[in-house]
Design a protein around this ligand. Structure first.
Ligand code: GH3
Ligand code: MG
Ligand code: MG
Ligand code: MG
Length: 315
């Protein structure tokens, strides 16, 4: 889900976002059953195949299919076990699984749905029915993906929100702890923003926050970096595998980028344009509960930047 602008539009239609050639994984230990489903989907979809549970898990991780048609009865690892493992893995748990099986007892169907499948179809399949069900579940997947994206984007500035930041910070904390590398945080607060609102009005204030967010979004980030709106007129950036010097350099470049935009701020007492104060903190993640201390340290540095006259970086 990348088209955030379309997503925020009231005219957004989930069907329009179904991939033109959905990627389907068909799993069955009997090649002839795969053949039947391939006849139905081969023309309009990109089809991957697996003839065992183990192979299904491997193909799934490699190819990230949009949907899986999964046999239940297979030697060694059955479909129930495959589905259970897929649902336990954050990389694959959002991929819808439809069981396609000759086991048509209510108990089997219940078990399939209980381990996380979205649907249960019995063989022999009716091509029109299986096609319609796959389309329904692809649409639902697009909607679910869209909701996840909307839940992680700030509505005003359209950059990641605090919820996504907190999630990513927790993940990067663990990753940097495992790799024994440093993790840096940049805390940003717009200077004299209450005065800005009072002088120009709240709507202009909103526009100003969007401009600040644009500066952050367009800063030349590294792969795992993240810049988010933390709340109000505060923003925060996550820089995994970055030491204090690197983070201070980045923070200073953000501060100057905004200063160079020269957005007028006639009510400011530290400059004639909109400026930011920035606090930086770095840590080698160790204890599980150290996240709050890192954020607190960045906040302390931000406070120092405010005390020191604003429009500056401390760390
Ligand atoms: P300082 O330089 O010490 O940071 O002063 P400040 O005025 O920026 O700090 P303060 O925390 O007193 O004010 C923050 C202001 O940000 C107050 C609040 O109304 C405004 N604000 C928070 N969220 C929004 C928003 O979404 N839109 C607008 N327009 N203003 C907002
Ligand atoms: Mg079978
Ligand atoms: Mg503030
Ligand atoms: Mg402020």
């Amino acid at each position: 889900m990348t088209d955030i602008k379309a997503l925020f539009s009231s005219e957004w239609m989930p069907e329009a976002l179904i991939p033109a050639r959905p990627r389907l994984l068909i799993v069955d230990d009997q090649p002839v059953n795969i053949q039947v489903l391939y006849q139905i989907f081969g023309k309009d979809s990109e089809v991957f195949m697996a003839t065992s549970g183990q192979q299904a898990l491997e193909v799934c991780r490699q190819k990230s299919p949009d949907l899986i048609l999964l046999d239940v009865v297979m030697p060694e690892m059955d479909g129930i076990e495959v589905c259970t493992q897929l649902k336990a893995d954050p990389e694959t748990h959002n991929i819808p699984v439809i069981f396609v099986t000759s086991q048509d007892s209510p108990e089997e169907e219940t078990k399939g749905l209980e381990v996380g499948a979205v649907d249960f179809i019995t063989k022999p399949v009716n091509p029109a029915v299986v096609r319609a069900r796959v389309k329904t579940h692809l649409t639902l997947k697009v909607q679910a993906d869209a909701l996840r994206t909307l839940a992680s984007i700030d509505g005003l500035t359209r950059i990641p929100n605090r919820r996504l930041f907190d999630d990513r910070l927790a993940g990067e904390w663990r990753a940097c702890r495992r790799a024994n590398t440093q993790l840096s945080i940049i805390m940003i607060d717009v200077d004299h923003f209450k005065k800005y609102n009072d002088h120009y009005g709240h709507l202009e204030g909103d526009t100003c926050l969007k401009e600040v967010a644009n500066v952050l979004r367009d800063a030349n980030w590294r792969g795992r970096d993240l810049a988010a709106r933390y709340g109000g007129e505060e923003f925060v950036c996550l820089l995994p595998e970055t030491d204090l010097d690197g983070a201070l350099t980045k923070a200073e470049s953000l501060r100057t980028a905004l200063e160079n935009l020269a957005l007028p701020h006639a009510a400011s007492t530290n400059a004639s344009c909109v400026t930011i104060s920035v606090g930086v903190a770095t840590i080698y993640p160790k204890a599980e509960d150290g996240v709050a201390a890192l954020l607190g340290a960045a906040d302390e540095q931000l406070y120092k930047a405010k005390q020191g006259g604003r429009n500056r970086v401390e760390g």
